[in-house]
Design a protein around this ligand. Structure first.
Ligand SMILES: [Zn+2]
Length: 165
């Protein structure tokens, strides 16, 4: 059996990688590891767990006993190395995203998009909210809400005056 065949069996069962991993009691990376292999070892531990959820071919009967301990250790090491690589790669992607700077493009008073660079990992520049994600405490939220209510009340009063004048 090949990795893509294993993936096809999983999809036929209507399971995502994460769902299969959860039901089999293994890590999600173990599922993606085997689905990306050119050939699937039916005697591997993770595969034996998947076989409890999916209908996989039976492993060769004698194979398990004939395989030496170091063979199984090697397989576990290869699998662990792959999982470590996936985790490292994801950490690097996340670190890059946290440092990424884009063009702010907030609407300026002129009506044109802001050309400043955003704060690292944020969408907006330091002038357009890149430094702040807003009030968090109940007091802070109440304070900003009050300021906005006063601002719009003033705006409505002025509009009424202009209308009557
Ligand atoms: Zn800006």
């Amino acid at each position: 059996m090949t990795g893509p065949e294993l993936a096809a069996i999983r999809k036929t069962a209507g399971l995502s990688q994460a769902e299969l991993a959860q039901r089999a009691g293994i890590g999600r990376h173990a599922v993606s590891y085997w689905e990306n292999r050119p050939s699937v070892d039916l005697r591997a531990w993770a595969i034996s767990r998947m076989a409890k959820v999916l209908e996989l071919p039976k492993p060769p009967a004698l194979g398990w006993r004939l395989r030496s301990t170091w063979e199984r250790d090697l397989e576990a090491q290869v699998e662990a190395a792959f999982i470590a690589r996936v985790i490292r790669l994801r950490a690097r992607t996340e670190a890059a995203a946290a440092k990424r700077r884009v063009i702010c493009e907030a609407k300026t008073r002129k009506g044109t998009p802001c050309r400043c660079k955003s704060e690292p990992g944020k969408r907006r520049c330091k002038f357009h909210g890149g430094k702040s994600t807003g009030a968090k405490t109940p007091e802070g939220r109440e304070r900003i809400g009050m300021a906005q209510r006063q601002r719009w009340a003033k705006w409505r009063a002025e509009r009424l005056n202009n209308y009557q004048a």
